[in-house]
Write a protein that binds this ligand. Structure first.
Ligand SMILES: [Zn+2]
Length: 394
């Protein structure tokens, strides 16, 4: 299967396009496929036969007849190939195994603490992947690849993390992901996790909105942007810019050295420091902070509420600049508290310019914690078909 998908020769272009159409629209008949791709009936039949023979697709019953013989439906065989998705974030690393239909089959989470250096984390990642490959009897040709959504900045061309902020353990200054995963000798994509999560939202919700901003409130703050369903990114894949929009002139000093950045008001790292300072209690992780909020600690609640409001101001800056149709908010406090989302949206609405014209739809991330890992798997799958998009007319 991988051999088929990595083959970008002219000869393989049409078969791959056909496979992609069955993947997107199946179960689908030849007539249905003919609405998306112009092929002679004999060519269509031959190519479908080849895909059937190869074990990539199967017959899936009978479609509606338009008078003549009822047509056969085709769909992809979901276990014909597999994909690994990895979310490498500062508070957790999540690994998922999906089938080729992007259904999540396995998932594994590593909580990131001060002992989780790149060596420790990638050791565990490799062990988990190897275990799954054995358990699901996945040969090298059926592992399509590994998609990674990481913390930026990323040197895209080399798949390298460079100088990210706020990892709890040392050693993350420069990490080559292809090197760490080289033993799997497979296709690898690396993007910033916020972009990956935005792709997941787009993909799993039927591409209802194609202009999306995806804002992550984590140890740092990240924002992914989709324009017309495509990631907008610069070479370094650094979506942490959202964390450093200015929400307060001459305000608090940020980890980046500037003053008044969103991160200095709304990142989990800052909330934890502030809570420790005002309460004198120990608090080392977002789980600790959440526990304080959930038991009604007033100081914790008020710190998190204020941070949420600032998060909303950052969101408003993004909305004012990019005018998305959909604005998604993601993060452990978004999902773990009853008020973070509402408070952030209140902050956003109070600062969005000409709000009566085109307010975006606001929502919490639908894929919740799995969004980045699943989005990375989707990006890996889509990477096999990029050459088609490049060639199609605008
Ligand atoms: Zn900053």
């Amino acid at each position: 299967m991988k051999k088929f998908l990595v083959d970008n020769s002219r000869k393989n272009e049409i078969p791959k396009m056909l496979y992609k159409l069955i993947h997107s629209f199946g179960p689908i008949t030849k007539i249905g496929l003919g609405q998306h791709i112009q092929l002679k009936p004999t060519t269509m039949t031959r190519l479908i036969d080849e895909l059937l023979q190869a074990g990539f697709i199967r017959e899936a019953g009978i479609g509606l007849s338009s008078g003549g013989r009822p047509p056969i439906l085709y769909e992809v065989i979901e276990t014909a190939a597999w994909i690994i998705g990895i979310d490498l974030s500062r508070n957790a690393t999540r690994i998922v195994l999906t089938d080729v239909n992007l259904n999540q089959v396995e998932q594994y989470t590593i909580r990131m603490t001060s002992i989780h250096t790149p060596d420790v984390v990638f050791d565990e990642i490799r062990t988990v992947i190897k275990k799954w490959l054995i358990e699901h009897k996945i040969s090298n040709d059926r592992l399509l690849g590994i998609g990674v959504g990481a913390v930026g900045p990323i040197l895209r061309s080399e798949g390298k993390i460079i100088g990210p902020e706020s990892f709890l353990a040392p050693g993350w200054e420069e990490v080559s992901i292809p090197q760490e995963l080289s033993e799997f000798a497979t296709v690898l994509t690396v993007d910033n996790g916020a972009n990956s999560a935005a792709i997941a939202e787009f993909y799993f919700y039927d591409e209802l909105y194609s202009n999306i901003i995806y804002c992550i409130n984590g140890y740092g703050i990240r924002g992914g942007v989709l324009h017309d369903g495509k990631v907008t990114s610069h070479r370094q894949g650094d979506t942490s810019a959202l964390g450093h929009v200015i929400v307060q002139a001459n305000g608090n000093t940020c980890v980046c050295g500037n003053r008044g950045c969103l991160s200095a008001y709304a990142s989990i790292a800052v909330m934890i420091e502030e809570f420790k300072a005002v309460s004198g209690r120990s608090c080392d992780s977002v789980e600790d902070l959440l526990a304080e909020v959930q038991t009604g600690n007033e100081k914790a609640v008020s710190i998190v509420k204020e941070a949420a409001f600032y998060m909303g101001i950052g969101l408003a800056n993004m909305v004012n600049t990019l005018r998305p149709e959909l604005a998604v908010l993601h993060g452990p406090l978004v999902y773990g508290t009853s008020f973070f989302f509402e408070e952030a949206i209140r902050g956003a609405k109070a600062h969005i310019y000409s709000k009566e014209i085109s307010l975006p739809v606001f929502k919490e991330g639908s894929m919740r914690e799995q969004a980045i890992a699943l989005g990375s798997a989707i990006q890996l799958f889509q990477s096999f078909f990029n050459f088609i998009q490049q060639k199609s007319p605008p």
